[in-house]
Ligand binder design. Structure first.
Ligand SMILES: *[C@@H]1O[C@H](CO)[C@@H](O)[C@H](O)[C@H]1NC(C)=O
Ligand SMILES: *[C@@H]1O[C@H](CO)[C@@H](O)[C@H](O)[C@H]1NC(C)=O
Ligand SMILES: *[C@@H]1O[C@H](CO)[C@@H](O)[C@H](O)[C@H]1NC(C)=O
Ligand SMILES: *[C@@H]1O[C@H](CO)[C@@H](O)[C@H](O)[C@H]1NC(C)=O
Ligand SMILES: *[C@@H]1O[C@H](CO)[C@@H](O)[C@H](O)[C@H]1NC(C)=O
Ligand SMILES: *[C@@H]1O[C@H](CO)[C@@H](O)[C@H](O)[C@H]1NC(C)=O
Ligand SMILES: *[C@@H]1O[C@H](CO)[C@@H](O)[C@H](O)[C@H]1NC(C)=O
Ligand SMILES: *[C@@H]1O[C@H](CO)[C@@H](O)[C@H](O)[C@H]1NC(C)=O
Ligand SMILES: *[C@@H]1O[C@H](CO)[C@@H](O)[C@H](O)[C@H]1NC(C)=O
Ligand SMILES: *[C@@H]1O[C@H](CO)[C@@H](O)[C@H](O)[C@H]1NC(C)=O
Length: 648
């Protein structure tokens, strides 16, 4: 099958290929792609690339941005605070979410709680290619909740089918009882006669309102290439199968919610217009909760399968380091986002990340990827998508937003937070929890692709400014100052620039830096260093503005990103609009935790995002730093103490 697959790739434009079903399957596979000496897990590859040299000609290092109140021509539709979510490959759900419904991963809870504090909640999809053959069974003989059925040898993709128990869904429900996570799942679509509706039925029973969407098929436009449908299969056949699915749901003796379906979930192998031309959205309007596409901008399949001419990450790195990557990708969808609006539907970029087949070593795990992910998310928002879900595989991929330690190392290693998680955290703050923020690409610096910027509006009023600098130059020669005015000048409005603004910076020394990225001075550290709570003193800069001259100048380092809060409300909303509790891992048992975070740092950690947080140390028996707060925290944790313990 692999050969069929690769043959089929040859004829496809490289950047449109999405083939990643093998990844996330083998938790301990080693890379065969990289010729370097490192043979460990891809998720921790040490490869550090060289940052590209500054562009010539260099962009201007000072430029002006005019903002106006009341009126945002060209701004996006109002965007949900929960715009940026995650997609978790189903086969690794029992590594990332927890072991089972009574052993949840505390770091995962914290990672979700961080985003909830900023945006009110998080949308998470459990699915991917492995959802397509997943079979719900009452229980598994070894007590697990999810595993590959290796006895089934006939699967043409070499992807062993998954078997899972209802406890996977109970685990998801239990997570929702602690943090505000809502879930997307998918109905297996390889086998349609009959459809296996059990995940929809049981999912609805167990998750209730926490279930917000059910995919009908995952990348059906790849079914032919992957050997799951005859060569004639096209968008009309998918239309028919969608109808069959609804008929099966209608005919089921179970009361299944038929209004949560998501389609077409294609990956750009079929033209979007051809799909809409089938009348799909009108025909199934009542059944469709969301419309969705999936798209990775690049692929690393040749390297992953160790065949063909592998792409050199160093050569590919510049692609991710300017605004045109996101603008050009998203431009392909403008007809569809307009169409979705005309149909009253929300369109989600349902599965994406830096590159399919696991991403690129040195790129997907770098600061550059975080800048790319943030620019991409803001561009999708500006273009009237209504959400993006960044994909998370297992230990064999480079692009994970967060990675649980390998199970053979989980007693002494903590989690690793990747660049894309920082993108999510910052996007949550950029939008805030109002669900009314509107995003505008302001074409900053004459549209220079290395220094893009966005304005985020609340009720027509500029609330935040997002300013990027993709260039790496430690000399300071490519740092810039963006000077903005609100009103005044020839806008026909009176001067509206505030007396001061607050700025948070996202920084690293280079776009190639891995680990220790800082957001407002706080970090999740290096590999294996986090329990999901950001560490260090929060550093928010106050910038005085010139109200007489009606101008305000914001410094942006090379490389770096600045989020400018134009009003106090804009800051406070982004910092506690959605209250959330984080969970100290001091409740963990059977653990001698040698995490590298210094307890003294922990004692002053978490800025003011700590909510009811105990600020507990990650070292056993040293949790008395903040007893008063801990009391609240532990009295709650006591109730579900068994549930929060998972570091075995
Ligand atoms: C855990 O397993 C991975 C993959 O086999 C291996 O690279 C790593 O060295 C193992 N760790 C230990 C401590 O044995
Ligand atoms: C979860 O796993 C633990 C450890 O294997 C086991 O003791 C517990 O009974 C399991 N819980 C459920 C609900 O299966
Ligand atoms: C695994 O696949 C085999 C072969 O199709 C099947 O007989 C068996 O029931 C499956 N196991 C489970 C737990 O579903
Ligand atoms: C967690 O899941 C179990 C099912 O294993 C259930 O009995 C329990 O009530 C759940 N706990 C919470 C807090 O939802
Ligand atoms: C499913 O049931 C609804 C409501 O009864 C009906 O309108 C629709 O035509 C049915 N769809 C199919 C495909 O059977
Ligand atoms: C968008 O629609 C216009 C008009 O129907 C068409 O000319 C254009 O090719 C479409 N663009 C894309 C990317 O599909
Ligand atoms: C997004 O939708 C709004 C409202 O319909 C529209 O004004 C704007 O032009 C759209 N943006 C893009 C990039 O299509
Ligand atoms: C934003 O949308 C989410 C999801 O629909 C909802 O739960 C939340 O209450 C909304 N927030 C506000 C402020 O309306
Ligand atoms: C991250 O910070 C830690 C602690 O300061 C340090 O030991 C480590 O070398 C740093 N790693 C990187 C990639 O900068
Ligand atoms: C914890 O309590 C002990 C005994 O009261 C004290 O010596 C120690 O400084 C405390 N640790 C912290 C981090 O406050």
């Amino acid at each position: 099958m692999r050969f069929v697959l690769l043959a089929s790739l040859a004829g496809i434009v490289r950047s449109q290929v999405t083939v990643h079903y093998v990844l996330g399957q083998e938790p301990f596979a080693t890379t065969t792609a990289d010729s370097s000496v490192y043979t460990g897990l891809n998720a921790y590859t040490p490869l550090v690339l060289n940052p590209p040299p500054p562009p010539d000609p260099a962009p201007a290092t000072a430029f002006f941005i005019q903002l106006v109140n009341g009126g945002t021509p060209g701004a996006s539709i109002p965007q949900p605070g929960q715009f940026f979510g995650f997609s978790i490959e189903m086969s690794v759900a029992n590594q990332v979410l927890g072991k089972n419904s009574s052993l949840l991963q505390v770091p995962f809870l914290n990672l979700m709680a961080n985003i909830q504090e900023r945006s009110g909640g998080v949308r998470v999809r459990v699915g991917g290619n492995t959802q397509e053959t997943a079979k719900l069974v009452p229980e598994l003989s070894d007590g697990k909740i999810l595993e590959k059925n290796l006895s089934q040898a006939t699967n043409p993709t070499q992807t062993p089918p998954l078997v899972f128990t209802p406890d996977l869904l109970y685990m998801m429900a239990n997570i929702t009882s602690l943090v505000n996570v809502h879930w997307f799942i998918g109905i297996p679509f390889f086998q349609t006669t009959p459809f296996d509706l059990s995940i929809a039925v049981t999912g609805q029973e167990i998750l209730g309102d926490a279930l917000i969407g059910i995919q009908a098929g995952n990348e059906p436009d790849f079914y032919v290439a992957h050997g799951h449908r005859p060569s004639t299969y096209n968008q009309y056949d998918y239309f028919g199968e969608f109808n069959d699915l609804i008929a099966a749901m209608n005919g089921s003796e179970n009361d299944i919610n038929r209004h949560l379906l998501i389609g077409p979930n294609t990956a750009d192998q079929w033209s979007q217009q051809d799909i809409w031309n089938t009348g799909f959205v009108d025909a199934y309007h009542d059944n469709l909760a969301y419309l969705a596409f999936e798209r990775y901008p690049q692929d690393n399949c040749a390297a992953t399968f160790d065949e063909g001419s592998a792409i050199d990450p160093q050569q590919m790195f510049p692609y991710y380091l300017d605004h045109s990557a996101s603008v050009n990708l998203v431009a392909n969808y403008l007809n569809s986002t307009a169409y979705a609006q005309s149909e009253g539907k929300e369109l989600i970029m349902f599965e994406t990340n830096t590159a399919s087949c696991g991403g690129f070593a040195g790129i997907s795990d770098s600061f550059g990827a975080a800048l790319w992910g943030l620019d991409y998310a803001l561009q999708l928002a500006y273009a009237n998508f209504s959400g993006v879900l960044m994909h998370t595989g297992g230990q064999t991929v480079y692009y994970n937003p967060f990675t649980a330690p390998p199970t053979n190392e989980s007693t002494y290693h903590q989690w690793t937070v990747g660049p894309i998680y920082y993108s999510a955290l910052i996007m949550a703050e950029a939008l805030g929890p109002s669900n009314t923020s509107q995003v505008l690409d302001i074409g900053a610096n004459g549209g220079n692709i290395f220094t893009p910027g966005y304005a985020i509006y609340e009720q027509g009023t500029p609330a935040r400014l997002a300013l990027f600098n993709f260039i790496t130059d430690s000399s300071g020669a490519h740092d810039y100052y963006a000077t903005f005015s609100i009103g005044g000048g020839n806008t026909g409005q009176s001067n509206g620039t505030p007396a001061q603004v607050k700025v948070k910076y996202f920084r690293a020394s280079s776009v190639s830096q891995k680990g220790n990225l800082t957001w407002a001075g706080q970090t999740f550290g290096d590999n294996f260093a986090t329990d999901g709570r950001i560490q260090g003193e929060e550093d928010i800069e106050t910038i005085g503005c010139d109200q007489t001259g009606n101008i305000c100048s914001i410094y942006v380092p090379a490389p770096g990103f600045a989020l400018v809060f134009l009003t106090d409300d804009a800051l406070s909303e982004s910092e506690g609009g959605g209250e959330a509790q984080t969970f100290p891992t001091t409740t963990v048992t059977k653990m001698d935790n040698t995490a590298t975070v210094d307890p003294a740092v922990l004692a002053t950690s978490n800025g003011h995002h700590a909510a009811v947080d105990g600020l507990g140390s990650t070292s056993r028996g040293r949790n008395n730093a903040t007893n008063k707060l801990l009391y609240t925290s532990f009295s709650y944790l006591y109730v579900c103490a068994m549930m929060l313990v998972y570091f075995v």
